[in-house]
Ligand binder design. Structure first.
Ligand code: ZN
Length: 247
């Protein structure tokens, strides 16, 4: 005789499987690296890695074009997604992962976190972790505060969610209307390990991708993933602990 408890267990397992089936199609394996990520002497990445970052997506108007441009140029980038945008267009966040990109947390509604303070700031970050986990099948490990605005309170929230705060060493100023040549020129100032701020919704940044790829290749630099460093990195008017490394 099957006990009542056993039947409940079976029902719970079925629900869990259904939930997995919901999550897994979107959590398909990340594409293999699209560029030869070898830092050996004379190799294409002989001078190291830089971090290309695109904030505020997913954006319906530009996301696919940006991914196509990056794929064509054999570049990988980190997308700091706004939680409510990812919830509205989860397939665009998953498209970034499938294209070999990385996905980070950029809050749920893009507020100035030090201004709103806790608990609202914590909830902005935590709810976005929840959404991105559900959309991608994995919890993000990287966080970028909107406007680069951070504080001790925000940093404590970020740390409590096992996230790494990622600012930038180069601001493309694409958000302020920088032209495509200006964005290309900004990227040309990236040093090994450096990270550039760009945005998912800016067409000029989509248009800048091929020339950024050419410039990086000519300097022996490759697009890398972003990781923790114990070193103090100066940028965006603060100190942070993130660098670009081999994927
Ligand atoms: Zn932003």
């Amino acid at each position: 005789m099957i006990s009542y408890a056993r039947r409940i267990q079976t029902a719970v397992a079925a629900v869990a499987l259904a939930a997995l089936a919901f999550v897994l199609p979107g959590a398909s394996a990340q594409a293999a690296p699209v560029s030869p990520a070898h830092g050996h002497p004379g190799g294409p990445c002989r001078n190291g890695y830089v971090g290309l970052t695109y904030d505020d997506g997913p954006t319906v108007a530009t996301r696919q074009a940006l991914l196509t441009a990056l794929r064509s140029a054999h570049l990988r980038a980190t997308f700091f997604e706004i939680g409510q945008n990812a919830r509205a267009n989860p397939e665009l966040t998953r498209a970034a992962l499938r294209a070999g990109m990385w996905v980070g947390n950029h809050t749920y509604t893009h507020p100035n976190l030090p201004q709103i303070g806790d608990p609202a700031a914590f909830e902005e970050i935590a709810s976005t972790q929840f959404v991105l986990q559900r959309v991608t099948g994995r919890a993000p490990t990287l966080f970028r505060p909107p406007f680069g605005a951070t504080s001790d309170v925000v940093r404590a929230d970020v740390a409590s969610l096992d996230l790494l705060e990622v600012l930038w060493t180069v601001d493309s100023r694409d958000w302020a209307g920088a032209s495509t040549p200006d964005i290309i020129a900004a990227a040309a100032t990236l040093q090994p390990g450096g990270i550039i701020l760009m945005h998912d919704w800016v067409q000029n940044s989509v248009d800048a991708v091929p020339a950024i790829a050419s410039d990086l290749a000519s300097r022996g630099l490759c697009a890398g993933r972003i990781a923790f460093t114990p070193r103090d990195i100066s940028g965006a008017g603060t100190i942070f602990h993130a660098v670009a490394v081999e994927p």
